[in-house]
Design a protein around this ligand. Structure first.
Ligand code: FMN
Length: 286
């Protein structure tokens, strides 16, 4: 039976760089693969209401929209590619809209964990990718996939990202990484020794935190290069299936912790009740 690659594009542009790059990777997988696509900006993905219903009982989100069909397609797929255009220094917001519904991923751990995934951020201007690469990497990590590789590619006009030979090489490497875990694409330069991420926050105490797995530790210059000595944090995203389930349990425990501290929190909140006026745009419209 054939295998399915799910391509998730966070670009509103039809046949734009994200869609084309996904298709270019698909083309390189060889026979026996079919391509399913999801274009996030054109889907009805509502915001998370922070009701936490997805973590309890039926583990069902009350929002009725296109989120579950996409998550179902992801759970069914054999592998996936996510590609997002960089808008104002981060991935297009449709990616985050999807991610914000992600407490539902915990209901799908067995079907999502370890699925091969690769991630692409497309930026129009060389060097202006902002957090785009980390954003798409997070998508694969938080959808519980095996992040086999990630890249930033540059191209502003639709199709431009396919022109440089270097980008064709990236597409080829990402396709190979999907097919073979031994071929995973490693970031060039210093990386987090735990998760391979290359986006860091330097902390005031001389430590450093990986923005992909949340591990933190010391940094040093070794042989004229930066080296990181990072330990997993209390909630590392996500190093094992057991860790995923442990985090889900910790989240479920929030309900109990909230009930225990409800009176204390109520007292803290009270003075702020009714402060300020919220903009209600619908009512203001003539
Ligand atoms: C609203 C908007 C904001 C953008 N912001 C950035 C940016 O911050 N950095 C950058 O390099 N490119 C930026 N771009 C360019 C896109 O990332 C680029 O055109 C990319 O190829 C779009 O991918 P697509 O063809 O798949 O839509 C922006 C484009 C738009 C429409």
């Amino acid at each position: 039976m054939g295998k399915t690659l799910l391509g998730i594009t966070a670009s509103p542009r039809k046949l734009g760089n994200c869609e084309l790059f996904i298709k270019d990777i698909f083309k390189r997988l060889g026979d026996g693969w079919e391509l399913r696509m999801a274009r996030l900006p054109e889907l009805d993905i509502k915001p998370c209401k922070a009701c936490y219903q997805c973590l309890f009982d039926q583990m069902k989100c009350p929002q009725a929209d296109d989120f579950l069909p996409v998550l179902g397609a992801l759970a069914d797929a054999d592998a996936y590619v996510v590609a997002a255009p960089v808008y104002l220094l981060s991935a297009n917001s449709s990616l985050k809209m999807f991610m914000d519904r992600g407490l539902q991923f915990y209901a799908f751990v067995d079907r999502l964990w370890g699925k091969p995934g690769v991630a692409v951020a497309v930026a129009g201007i060389d060097g202006m990718e902002g957090s785009g690469k980390r954003d798409v990497e997070s998508f694969v990590k938080l959808t519980l996939g095996d992040l086999r590789g990630a890249a930033v590619v540059y191209g502003a006009l639709p199709g431009e990202s396919l022109l440089p030979a270097a980008n064709a090489e990236i597409a080829q490497k990402l396709a190979h990484a999907l097919l073979d875990p031994e071929m995973r694409l490693k970031a060039e330069g210093p990386v987090c020794p735990i998760c391979g991420g290359d986006t860091f926050r330097f902390l005031p105490d001389g430590r450093v935190r990986c923005m992909l797995c949340s591990g933190s530790g010391a940094w040093q210059v070794e042989n004229q290069a930066l080296a990181f000595h990072i330990e997993p944090g209390e909630h590392p995203f996500f190093l094992s299936k057991a860790e995923v389930n442990r985090h889900a349990e910790w989240l479920r425990g929030m309900k109990e912790r909230f009930l225990e501290r409800r009176q204390e929190l109520k007292a803290v909140v009270k003075p702020y009740l009714g402060m300020g006026t919220f903009i209600e745009t619908q009512k203001e419209k003539p």
